[in-house]
Design a protein around this ligand. Structure first.
Ligand code: PXP
Length: 241
């Protein structure tokens, strides 16, 4: 039987909706959305505490580190401050990502080759606390090798470009993803994937060799509007009667 692929639900954009009103509203309640995701079958909850705090806040990390009933996966830049916070709140997983202030979302993979020393130091510190580490990288064999050399537990392959590409470019990127996944597996690394996945691409990604986990956020939050808005408008119509 094929192994089940774990689903990490990224709730950053639940926090985005709260933060567009300055974080002053009591809704949406992030813990409520986490519990709803878990009830629906999420194996893990993923959050990205960005330096600019545009969505997830320190308070969310604190709350979910205490109350999240499944594994918590903290996406983070490899900075001293973030390593300190991860060390303090001890999520089950940390996923190291590159971070630029102006970007709309995480745009590229981590350059493990260029930042080997820094990444290795952060991995060792957090693994000593019992935190498992994945590195968010492009499907590049040299980056996979570097991820193995710095002692990561897993790689998360960046699927964002593959999702957006069309035609021959898409096929080529799929081939790169397959080769990177296979190499990672043979080096003993767990294979995760994520970014930009919708139902169609999630279905296809199940064919990626050795895949153990996906992390999906933006699409799920957007998709929830389809069923959710209708019922909330219905309820408001009742309230106004
Ligand atoms: N994995 C990583 C490492 C990410 O940075 C993100 C975006 O925060 C995701 C997965 C989820 O991407 P999306 O929100 O496009 O599903």
């Amino acid at each position: 039987m094929k192994n089940k692929i774990r689903l990490g639900v990224n709730v950053d954009h639940v926090a985005t909706l709260r933060q567009v009103r300055g974080g002053k509203t009591t809704y949406p309640d992030i813990l409520e959305m986490v519990l709803a995701s878990v009830k629906a079958g999420a194996d893990q909850i993923t959050i990205h505490l960005r330096e600019d705090r545009r969505h997830i806040q320190l308070q969310d990390l604190k709350l979910l580190s205490e109350k999240c009933p499944v594994d918590l996966n903290l996406e983070m830049a490899v900075t001293q401050k973030m390593v300190q916070l991860a060390n303090k709140y001890k999520p089950e997983w940390c996923c190291f990502v590159p971070e630029k202030r102006q970007e709309l979302t995480t745009e590229g993979g981590l350059d493990v080759i260029k930042n080997k020393k820094n990444i290795q130091k952060a991995i060792q510190k957090l693994q000593a606390r019992g935190v498992e580490i994945s590195l968010f990288i492009a499907p590049d064999l040299n980056q996979v090798k570097a991820a193995f050399e710095v002692g990561a537990d897993a790689i998360e392959l960046h699927t964002g470009h593959w999702v957006l590409y069309q035609g021959a470019r898409k096929l080529k990127e799929w081939d790169r993803l397959k080769k990177a996944a296979t190499r990672a597996y043979h080096l003993g690394l767990r294979v995760h994937a994520g970014h930009g996945l919708d139902y169609t691409h999630a279905k296809k990604i199940t064919q990626l060799p050795f895949l153990k986990e996906v992390n999906i956020g933006h699409f799920l939050v957007c998709e929830s509007l389809k069923s959710g808005l209708q019922s909330s408008v219905k309820k408001m119509v009742q309230v106004l009667k």
